[in-house]
Design a binder for this molecule. Structure first.
Ligand SMILES: Cc1cc2nc3c(=O)[nH]c(=O)nc-3n(C[C@H](O)[C@H](O)[C@H](O)COP(=O)(O)OP(=O)(O)OC[C@H]3O[C@@H](n4cnc5c(N)ncnc54)[C@H](O)[C@@H]3O)c2cc1C
Length: 402
């Protein structure tokens, strides 16, 4: 078996893995990024919605996304549209963006192995991980490393193989078609809620260009046993809700994916090992949106790992600044979002119709803070001063889980 040595082994070439690898390489580590698919983002498993302020910080070029200014919600008997003057949300070209992130990592010296599936973990005599074994075509390769970054997404292959984590029990399943449409308000997205769309989740229309969009259905497991692919096909065939306004629809590509939805249930740091992105469960649970966190905390992981390697100590304690930093940034937001999500999952159609009346009270920035789960104290206070008493109480109650 071929044997290769690196300081850092990153498993998974998604946004978390590429960002972690780049940051570790920029900080003088030798880094390998191992991806099982034959190309970065060969299969698309995400809708790619994110926020322009984050994209600009990350440096993703503006030709890689379709900007969104208007945010529409549909429940069985209600409909709201919140419009802004400038675009704040974006629907990414997922393939281009993920390839861009991987290319940027490669430019800093990261060695990328595509079509290479990590199947096993190497341990030392005390059980700590010291490498992985991967299969590439008919070859097996042994990668030895000082630190492993598990960025393998939902699968969490390394942490699972080591017995540190088990398969997620609560997760979202999403099915989506990229489609060509006859008509499209291409700066307006739709979220569709209520039983007919998704019994535990939501359906969506996210425009990707002037005449293309992603239409999808997300379903929470184990809350509902509905198959999102079947529901999606029904919605498109029956042209339910705002789908009928798209005119003739031509399916271009099918996307399918799983995303953890357990709040912050996992430890993300072990001796010689860090979990990042979906592997760590780092997504905003309100709308199961994780790309910006995968990139941001991937960078934090790469930095902390390279510091630990420089200091010659890659123990759990030496890697713990990573967990401290990401938890400080999002722990309270995620906990609040879980409460709102728990409330949303239990709503009847009539309650959804009323919920949209509350959402309709929000300005575009308040709505976006809400959907982004940006529930800082100062933002909540601003909400309190801006809105009539009853509405505010309901908003506070949502966030506090009352
Ligand atoms: C249906 C759906 C819609 C979503 N929509 C949005 C959205 O609109 N906006 C948003 O921000 N987030 C969205 N998300 C969530 C978002 O996709 C994830 O949070 C994000 O992709 C996490 O990035 P990651 O790098 O951690 O994992 P991933 O993107 O899953 O990357 C993991 C990589 O690891 C590789 N891998 C897995 N196992 C192995 C192995 N054994 N060996 C080698 N490589 C391996 C995989 O092939 C993959 O390339 C959605 C998720 C789903 C399921």
């Amino acid at each position: 078996m071929e044997e290769l040595d690196f300081d850092v082994i990153v498993v998974g070439g998604g946004p978390a893995g590429s960002s972690a690898a780049r940051m570790a390489a920029e900080n003088d580590c030798t880094v390998v990024l191992i991806e099982k698919e034959n190309e970065i983002a060969e299969t698309v498993r995400t809708s790619g919605v994110t926020w322009i302020s984050d994209i600009e910080k990350i440096g993703i070029p503006d030709e890689y996304y379709n900007p969104i200014k208007k945010f529409s919600f549909r429940s069985p008997k209600n409909s709201v549209k919140i419009s802004g003057d400038i675009a704040k949300a974006a629907v990414l070209d997922v393939r281009k963006t993920y390839k861009f992130l991987a290319q940027r990592a490669q430019n800093t010296g990261v060695k990328i192995f595509l079509g290479t599936n990590v199947t096993d973990v190497l341990r030392d005599s005390t059980g700590k991980c010291i490498g992985v074994i991967a299969k590439s075509q008919d070859n097996q390769i042994q990668f030895n490393g000082k630190v492993i970054i598990d960025a393998s997404g939902f699968a969490s292959v390394v942490a699972k193989e080591l017995g540190y984590v088990k398969q997620w029990k609560k997760f979202g399943v999403g099915a989506e078609f990229e489609v060509k449409t006859e008509k499209l308000e291409y700066d307006n997205w739709w979220l569709m809620v209520g039983q007919e769309y998704s019994p535990a989740g939501y359906a969506w229309i996210f425009p990707t260009s002037k005449n293309t969009a992603r239409i999808g259905v997300g379903i929470g497991k184990p809350d509902s046993n509905i198959d999102p692919t079947i529901r999606l096909n029904e919605l498109i065939e029956e042209k339910r809700g705002p789908i009928k306004d798209l005119g003739k629809i031509e399916k271009i590509e099918f996307h399918y994916g799983l995303i953890p939805n357990e709040g912050l249930s996992r430890k993300t740091v072990y001796d010689n090992l860090i979990l990042v992105g979906d592997s760590a469960g780092q997504a905003n649970p309100l709308v199961l949106e994780g790309i910006r966190y995968a990139i941001r905390f991937g960078e934090v992981a790469g930095k902390v790992v390279s510091n630990a390697i420089k200091n010659g100590n890659t123990s759990k304690a030496a890697l713990s600044p990573y967990e401290k930093e990401w938890k400080k940034a999002i722990e309270s937001k995620i906990n609040s979002a879980v409460k709102v999500q728990n409330r949303w999952v239990g709503l009847t159609d009539e309650e959804w119709d009323r919920e949209l009346d509350i959402i309709n009270e929000l300005t575009v920035d308040e709505f976006l803070d809400f959907i982004r789960a940006d529930f800082g104290v100062s933002k909540m206070v601003k909400l309190a001063t801006h809105h009539p008493k009853m509405i505010v109480r309901q908003l506070f109650n949502m966030v506090k889980g009352a």
